[in-house]
Design a protein around this ligand. Structure first.
Ligand code: CP
Ligand code: NVA
Length: 326
């Protein structure tokens, strides 16, 4: 690895250079190949890692846990209700306590300011496992999956269709621009990414040879794209907005027609998961129109969503190994 990331936090893509993110991705590929070959790492041996979750998680929690164990670290899950974080004890005080006992801290929760405060006071690397603003470990798994498919990221199209201002959209907008990709955010105008973020992404793309498009035209937005990505229409914490979002985002549902509108038979479908794509969940049975993707797409030959889910583990391992490992 060229970049030395020891001791660094991993809070959002903008804190890194494109070369540093590329190094993390290369490390993830190495760690994935090693795991496939049965080679176990020991770079985190003797380390203790705190996993703080204000919001639920399947992939992120399991990826951090398995990655820790694979590399010899001990993960400790601290769920909502288990610790005082921000209720009876300030985030800064909790950060200083955990920093005296743990070697690294993962945080998933609501306000991005919370993970920033943890990072400021913990004295050990802090990793963002999703906040309302950013989902940077997801971005690494996403670009890893695209690169596995197309062999490169430079100039490769990724059209994100849906809620254009959530954590996943923000991370894709900046992250894909950093990897020199052709990133498109396709959403209703009222859910376009914030202006400053678009400007930052454009500035990054000007440096990396990437391209940034923001549009509410689904056909034009996906045309020529190598991949189509979507996410839930109401993120965790936005449950009260479900009806309003369904009304707004129904025309942005990823259907077979949307995949065909790419004009690329080799186009892939991506989703961070969990995904509403059938009526097999309690929430989709209550709101049958909530599905952001058709089952045919999710289950079809386009879909790489479970590769993406697996890649969460390899990329999260890379983040911990690079910032904390021996
Ligand atoms: N994609 C993702 O972050 O999944 P979880 O919410 O299950 O962690
Ligand atoms: N935007 C989604 C991502 C879940 C992984 C949410 O925040 O709920």
């Amino acid at each position: 690895m060229a970049a030395n990331l020891k001791g660094r936090h991993f809070l959002k893509e903008l804190d890194f250079t494109p070369a540093e993110l590329d190094d993390l991705l290369s490390l993830a590929f190495t760690l994935k190949a090693n795991k496939r070959a049965g080679v176990r790492g020991r770079t985190l041996e003797g380390k203790n890692v705190a996993l703080i979750f204000e919001k639920p998680s399947t992939r992120t929690r399991c990826a951090f846990t398995v990655a820790c164990v694979d590399e010899g670290a001990h993960p400790e899950y601290l769920g909502k209700g288990d610790i005082q974080l921000g209720k009876k004890e300030s985030v800064a005080d909790t950060a200083r306590v955990l920093g005296r006992m743990f070697d690294g801290i993962q945080f998933r929760g609501f306000a991005h300011a919370t993970v920033e405060t943890l990072a400021k006071h913990a004295g050990v690397p802090v990793w963002n496992g999703l906040t309302d603003a950013w989902h940077p470990t997801q971005l690494l798994a996403d670009v890893m999956t695209v690169r596995e498919q197309f062999g490169t990221l430079r100039g490769v199209g990724l059209a994100y269709v849906g809620d254009g201002r959530n954590n996943v959209a923000n991370s894709l907008l900046i992250g894909c621009a950093m990897f020199g990709m052709d990133v498109r955010i396709v959403s209703p105008e009222s859910l376009f990414p914030e202006g400053w973020l678009v400007e930052r992404a454009q500035a990054v793309a000007a440096q990396t040879g990437g391209k940034v498009t923001i549009t509410s035209d689904v056909s034009a937005g996906v045309r020529g794209s190598h991949s189509v990505y979507t996410d839930v229409w109401a993120s965790m914490g936005e449950e009260a907005k479900i009806a309003e979002r369904i009304a707004l985002l129904k025309p942005f549902k990823v259907t077979v027609g949307v995949m065909e509108a790419t004009g690329r038979p080799e186009a892939i479908f991506l989703h961070c998961l969990p995904c509403f794509h059938n009526l097999d969940t309690e929430m989709s049975r209550q709101n049958p129109d909530i599905c952001e993707a058709d089952d045919e797409v999710f289950e079809g030959s386009w879909s790489r969503v479970f590769d993406q889910a697996e890649n969460r583990m390899h990329t999260i391992k890379a983040v911990m190994v690079a910032t904390l490992g021996r």
